[in-house]
Design a protein. Structure first.
Length: 270
């Protein structure tokens, strides 16, 4: 009798364990599907991602394909506003290596040079606020691209993919500039919207396709804008990393910086 009860109890427990495991597995699948469905709400995810990414104290952007510049590495620091931009540019007598290296902070911009004896930088005032106007450029187009996508009804989830070695959700939408110009909502401020639309139209574009990869933590990892302009097909790729981990940006040592007049005088020497 005892053996029979023990055997029956074992069978019951085994059965409960099996059923319990199935129930938990099913619940896990349901939760996973719900989470995935939430990630497919493209406009909501992109609005949240634009807000969270913009709130970061610093990040790095690698940009390729814009305006004849094949590649630019940019460091963006929010407070105090500062930036570093290293870009590939056309080679010239003044820049034979084809690399432009600029640092902006405290209202001044410093440009790397080997043209002034005893100095490695020269300074110039470009205006544009405490950072010398560099930080908005070094921030890349992450806010504009994310905002334009979130403001566009056609934007949709494409797939789960890898970006920068991390798992990300890929979103895509066709942004019609005349429609975006009428947008009013939380995804994109009026000033940023108007500036973006104006810049794109000056390039002869009527619409653009934007792809964006958003990490599971709602930080934007990668973007791509493709459009047909006056010069034909144009593409801007940006990759974002090092959120909150960019080393503090400060001005070069004063002794290593030439004035603008000293740089011009050095250029005039035979």
């Amino acid at each position: 009798m005892t053996a029979a009860v023990g055997a029956a109890l074992t069978m019951v427990l085994a059965g409960c364990g099996g059923n319990g495991g199935d129930d938990r597995s099913g619940a896990g699948r349901d939760q996973g599907k719900a989470a995935q469905d939430e990630r497919k709400d493209a406009r909501a995810v992109l609005t949240a991602a634009a807000k969270k990414t913009a709130a970061q104290s610093s990040y790095k952007t690698v940009q390729t394909g814009q305006g004849g510049t094949d590649r630019a590495e940019m460091l963006y620091q929010k407070k105090p506003a500062a930036s570093v931009i290293k870009a590939e540019v056309s080679k010239s007598a003044a820049n034979p290596n084809g690399v432009s290296h600029m640092l902006s902070t405290g209202g001044s911009t410093y440009v790397k040079t080997d043209k002034v004896p005893g100095k490695s930088w020269y300074s110039m005032d470009l205006g544009g606020g405490e950072d010398g106007g560099g930080a908005p450029r070094a921030a890349g187009y992450v806010a504009e691209f994310a905002g334009a996508l979130a403001a566009t009804e056609s934007t949709e989830w494409v797939a789960e993919e890898k970006a920068g070695g991390r798992t990300a959700d890929h979103y895509r939408g066709k942004v019609v500039l005349d429609e975006l110009a009428k947008y009013t909502g939380p995804a994109l401020s009026k000033d940023r919207r108007d500036l973006y639309v104006t810049m794109a139209k000056k390039q002869g574009m009527k619409s653009v396709v934007i792809d964006m990869w958003v990490g599971k933590d709602d930080l934007i990892l990668k973007s791509r804008e493709t459009g047909e302009g006056k010069k034909g097909r144009e593409v801007i790729n940006e990759e974002y990393s090092d959120f909150g981990a960019v080393p503090a940006i400060s001005a070069p040592p004063a002794g290593s910086v030439a004035t603008w007049d000293e740089f011009i005088a050095a250029q005039a020497r035979p």
